[in-house]
Design a protein around this ligand. Sequence first.
Ligand code: AMP
Ligand code: TRP
Length: 347
Amino acid sequence: MSDAVQTQSTPNAGFTPRVFSGIQPSGGLTLGNYLGAIKRFVEKQAEPIEQVYCVVDMHAITVWQDPEALRRQTRELTAGYLAAGIDPTRSILFNQSQVKEHAELGWIFNCVARMGWMQRMTQWKDKAGKNTQNASLGLLAYPSLMAADILVYHATEVPVGEDQKQHVELTRDIATKFNHDYGVDFFPIPEPRIEGAATRVMSLRDGSKKMSKSDPSDASRINMTDDADTIAKKIRKAKTDPEALPSEAKGLEDRPEARNLVNIYAGLAEMSVDQVLAEAGGKQFSEFKPMLSELAVAKLSPISNEMSRLMQDPAEIDRILGQGADRAREIAAPILTKTKEIVGMVG
Ligand code: AMP
Ligand code: TRP
């Protein structure tokens, strides 16, 4: 194949590979965020690709946040990224509101995206509930800001948990429509990266709901800041069924709670589900749950200890975010300038 043909058939050829992902500081970090997102960012960091990780505070205020809590959770989430292994000299780590290019491109995308696209989003339907008239306009427009987060860096890869797949697909639609409407090939079409054994960690109380930092029940989730006793207690009380574990993944098909605990084990141990079941198949939960607690405490407590240490020096956390924002702006500013030129804005 000639070079020219190869270039055309490779998606995003001509764009520098770049990774972007974000997490909302709307509560504490959960085990779902760790396995679905942060742990995978840390693994990704070993690859020689530029990576941008963001604390998306502008997304968080789409639902009411107490200002003091938002400040604290922004620093705590940053401490979580650092404690888990994000190296701010290698990756770019910052909070969204310090880089105004996100908001500016978000507005342009509000004029590219269609109302119907937004109203179809599962997260909008879940979060707005029945009373859509009373939800913030920001909550509806949120995926368009998320598209701006990604595309203002011309990011080509977006590692996320399963629940964000629809938003990354919408980002692809926005990039495609922008390129088409203006007759350019300016934005890449980013790829969602949803990988690993725990791309959808479920609530410990209800195997049909995802584990979430905003669930009213604290027993439904493991927080990264939970101590060993709390983790053990939550796992001991986690909903299960009376059967023993099967010896193959197929046996978990109609057992959402059992499957969730096995997936969590696999994610933490970096094993496949089949490998876990080869060891744990035939065991009762009375035996498997203590194994899982021990593993969770061993993996999570070094991170939570390091988070507490980092939280003692908020000025240092703010300094890291400030430096990350400066680096982020260097990439985002020229892309926004060019976008405005394409749109016809006089600069
Ligand atoms: P959020 O807390 O909604 O800002 O989510 C931040 C990242 O964590 C996104 O990539 C989500 O897909 C991921 N995530 C959140 N909750 C879960 C979960 N229960 N299982 C797997 N990934 C999750
Ligand atoms: N919407 C994501 C969530 O709630 C967070 C997010 C915002 C994000 N902007 C992003 C994730 C850009 C990946 C890329 O989990």
